[in-house]
Design a protein around this ligand. Sequence first.
Ligand code: C2O
Ligand code: CU
Length: 482
Amino acid sequence: MKNKNSFARDLRIDRRCLLRSSIAVGASFLLPRRIPASPENGLQVIEARPSKYKLIGKNAKPTEVWTYNGLVPGTEIRVKQGDEVRVRLVNKLTEPTTIHWHGIRIRNDMDGVPGLTQEPVLPGQSFDYKFAVPDAGTFWYHTHSRSWEQMEKGLYGTLIVEEIEPQNYARDISLVIDDWRLTDEGQIDVSSFGNMMDHSHAGRYGNWITVNGQDQPKIGLPRGDLVRLRLINTCNSRILSLQVPDLNAHIIAVDGQPINPKKNGGEVLQLGPAQRIDLSVEANSTTPDLPALTAFSSRGESIKIASFDIQTTSGADYGKYKIPTSLPPNPLSTDLDLSQAIRAELRMEGGAMGHMVKAIYKGESRDIGYLVRSGQAWAFNGIVGMTDNPLLAALKGQTVLIEMINDTAWPHAMHLHGHHFRALERNKKPINGAPWTDTFLISRGETVLIGFVADNPGKWLFHCHMLEHQASGMKTWINIQA
Ligand code: C2O
Ligand code: CU
């Protein structure tokens, strides 16, 4: 049986197709899955624990995964802008873990980076995360401990921060897209964790795509109403190329930050690892019943990953499309003072087909053969992995400019913790009005200047979100003094 979901060719391995259930899955309304806060302390409990989950269909054998509260994606956390998130992480895994709150301009000691902002949470122990959320938007949380394995096994969930004023959407639906590398038995291929082929090339690509932990779910959409779709890429390394059907789609936010609504007329949306796009969509009277959301494999095949189950409700006005309005702006520092800015250069090197011959690793200059034998493949400014000294030190409020030079043969998804930044120049040519993002896809050979106001004191990781690249050298940090 030829399986339409199978991304097996991306692995360039010949493998038997996974068996798919032939039972149709009912339309999913995807209501937020909340668990009650415990009454004594008001903390929402998030248990990191092994579980089994039906990633490949209702009738197939479940896959052994690691989860937050037994769910893939984990329990949705939904709060209002300005609220305090109060979560108790309970570690029921066999190894240390932490939670990082991706994209939140958070207080530093809650950022969840073991060894930089907190001690790892050991098996059997717990850690209380309490922090305010300054920005409304689409965020997510995930493990930051051996993330190339822990996240691949399923440790991630959505963190949705609602605007203070309710927005004009009939439904608000998160679509969390992940790829998994499964064996013929439908289990996570653990034997290829740490595979240097993946680490030195594009990262681990899976052969099975899920949306909200399901195989090709049907997403209920009412005709004639605006719906907010929150697309989130939780793949380890895959850059998703997505095509949304004709639903009068407009991009309304990127990485949690609002933009002026921008029409998407079926153009392919690129979503790098960790990136988010919020869309306003609307099914009209002419929309077919089950339009598909598709993704392209790296060989260009278009594959259905979900479909929209268009429901006609009485009384809805679907004569003509509504135009989405802009979301209210977040309290971001957007005034860059270029004359007083501090500047740093970040030269990205290494990887397959690169020309890095040596780099500093654990304080010693090592040749590439030694590095690869040690599981390393990439460097920033000639240094592999974390350093004692930050890439740069800034004072609170200073404007920071970082010139990223991608001197590798691969794209990278650069993520800065605790801030949003914007691209100012590409290959020395100015860019106007780039969105404020927390993760930026830089193409091979490209040089991109980014800028931001260092308004959040602390030690902030800056790394490639292709988790295999991060694991094998692509990480550094910046220090902001209060
Ligand atoms: Cu979403 Cu440092 O990561
Ligand atoms: Cu990378």
